[in-house]
Design a protein around this ligand. Structure first.
Ligand code: SF4
Length: 153
């Protein structure tokens, strides 16, 4: 019974789906090293101060209407949405939902030191606090040396 439960649990975690909070795993820091960075495929909401820290908005632009800044950033492919009421911008994602700042190969953030507060606070704050959509990186296949050896003879 115990074995079945733990097997079910590991299947559940491996199949974590971003949109199904019931598949999310309890977060612990060492998990990040083996994860596909699935948190970086969630929509990231940012404020003007985050955009200034990233370096895509100048400090002196603060006085400008935020919707004009949003228009420019949308044109430049940095922001996908802007909510005028809350003054919150949503960072652009790629066709596979990756954040525009996520390196496709290494799955690491390319602006880590300047990353928005939303990313700094994940998963303490977020859709399911304390949990994340852990999705393990695919295992690298070992080279099949035995078949190579056979081919040589
Ligand atoms: S800014 Fe960096 S940490 Fe935040 S979602 Fe994008 S890649 Fe991930």
């Amino acid at each position: 019974m115990l074995e079945t439960t733990s097997m079910m649990k590991s299947n559940l975690i491996a199949a974590a789906e971003i949109d199904r909070l019931d598949t999310w795993a309890k977060y612990s820091a060492p998990m990040c090293g083996s994860c596909m960075s699935s948190c970086c495929t969630l929509p990231v909401e940012v404020k003007i101060k985050d955009l200034i820290r990233i370096g895509v908005v100048d400090e002196f632009e603060r006085g400008e209407p935020a919707k004009n800044i949003a228009k420019r950033l949308q044109k430049e492919g940095i922001v996908e949405r802007y909510n005028q009421k809350s003054e919150i911008f949503t960072l652009q994602r790629m066709s596979n939902n990756d954040c525009l700042y996520l390196d496709r190969k290494s799955r690491l953030c390319t602006i880590y030191d300047k990353r928005p507060d939303t990313c700094r606070n994940h998963p303490k704050v977020g859709p399911r606090p304390g949990y994340c959509a852990y999705k393990p990186k695919p295992l690298e296949r070992p080279t099949n040396t035995s078949s190579r050896t056979l081919e040589r003879f």
